[in-house]
Design a protein around this ligand. Structure first.
Ligand code: SAM
Length: 396
């Protein structure tokens, strides 16, 4: 345990870790916005005479909010499988038992089922996710429900406040504290509109129709990096089983199956929205081949081993993420490359598309001992690395 894992809430002090765990990580698993939100929410709870404290947490990042309010009846609603896992692991580290299942982890793709007295929101990175959440939240607000949102000041824009005004009602903000700010929303706007998500786009070039839930990567048009890789998917080696890791709406895996109709595909992402989109899009593209695809919420491939749910894999497709919530970095790409190597059969390959400046060739070479360029343009590069058996690798 390190100093930057000691998290102090009004209820108690906790050890709080980020996920994935990175050696010598200096980043904390919470920020000043969490602290501001927790302190303010406790003032409200302490001032209440009513015992009923059903609390809804939306977008709790690594469990700071879950731990701070763990004695109450809590629903943790999030689009991030990793956030849910982090909160559960942090409860375990702190020896907090979830007796009577008072803490519920609800994926963003599932609806809420009750009304709440206190709703605490961490502002997500994607405005459309916030918009979707607020629309779906409307029916779960009582007359005396308090709604407080929080973020670092630099992540609160006019557009953020506009979404609260448009969907919930009168919206005000607090003073800034340690560069964090709170948003208070009063449910005084009658808005019976439904969430506009998921949306549907058709990409003319690939003839691909994509249903995109609110938090899906590049939901308004096919990402240019993905498009570049799609142009080269016919060159991939033949594979009985392909993994589309960090699949987003599933575009890469879906097009790969056009070139290899007999392949089985596993779609993997940490976003519930992404997995829901990939599933809907795959079923739209291949209504007759539902059995050829499987869909997994996962932190990279952490929960799989080749012998378990996954059949042997000959090809991994990857357009890696380069940030986790607001922090930028390549640690998830690293995890994806290392875990792909573990799961690939000898001679199996990973194909990666990325911005040239991200230098993925260096990482792939480190992990696989080899890397070749399939194609490049001024912005992107497509790289392939092969899993060699030990003998071949040592000869390289
Ligand atoms: N493959 C899609 C495409 O090409 O349009 C999406 C690529 S996007 C750059 C990266 C994806 O990785 C996102 O969908 C994100 O949710 C997912 N992701 C981020 N961290 C992840 C993790 N730890 N495990 C699995 N997926 C992750």
């Amino acid at each position: 345990m390190t100093n930057n894992q000691q998290f102090k809430a009004p209820s108690a002090s906790y050890t709080l870790q980020r996920l994935p765990i990175i050696a010598n990580d200096t980043l904390r698993a919470w920020d000043a916005a969490d602290e501001y939100l927790i302190d303010t929410a406790y003032e409200i709870i302490n001032a209440r005479t009513n015992d009923e404290q059903s609390i809804l947490l939306i977008n709790d990042t690594f469990g700071a909010l879950t731990l701070a309010f763990n004695e109450f009846s809590l629903d943790n609603w999030s689009d991030s499988y990793i956030s849910h896992l982090a909160a559960e692991e942090n409860l375990t580290i702190n020896k907090i038992e979830n007796e009577d299942n008072r803490i519920q982890f609800i994926p963003s793709t599932k609806g809420l089922s009750k009304k709440y007295k206190l709703i605490l929101i961490k502002i997500p990175k994607t405005l459309s996710l916030l918009e979707d959440q607020l629309f779906r939240l409307k029916a779960h607000i009582d007359d005396d429900t308090k709604i407080i949102a929080a973020a670092m000041t630099k992540h609160i824009h006019n557009s953020t406040l506009d979404v609260f005004e448009k969907i919930i009602g009168t919206t005000t903000t607090s003073l800034a504290k340690k560069k964090a700010r709170l948003i208070f929303a009063t449910n005084d706007k009658s808005n019976t509109n439904k969430s506009p998500y998921p949306t549907k786009i058709t990409d003319e070039k690939t003839r691909l129709t994509l249903i995109n839930h609110s938090n899906v990567f590049s939901k308004d048009k096919l990402d240019i990096g993905s498009r570049f890789l799609i142009q080269h998917l016919h060159e991939c080696p033949e594979a009985a089983h392909i993994i589309d890791i960090g699949c987003g709406n599933g575009a890469l895996g879906i097009i790969a199956k056009r070139h290899q109709p007999n392949t089985k595909i596993s779609f993997v992402d940490e976003s519930y929205n992404a997995i829901a989109s990939a599933k809907e899009n795959y079923n739209l593209a291949y209504p007759e081949s539902a059995d050829d695809a499987s869909f997994h919420e996962s932190n990279a491939l952490a929960q799989f081993s080749p012998s378990e749910k996954f059949p042997k894999t000959q090809l991994v497709l990857c357009n890696p993420p380069f940030h986790q919530v607001h922090s930028i970095g390549d640690h998830i790409a690293w995890e994806m490359f290392k875990q792909s190597r573990e799961i690939l059969e000898t001679d199996g390959e990973i194909w990666v598309v990325g911005n040239r400046h991200l230098g993925y060739h260096i990482k792939l070479k480190k992990v696989f001992g080899n890397c070749r360029t399939i194609a490049s343009n001024p912005k992107f590069v497509i790289l392939a690395a092969k899993k060699l058996d030990k003998l071949n690798r040592s000869r390289k």
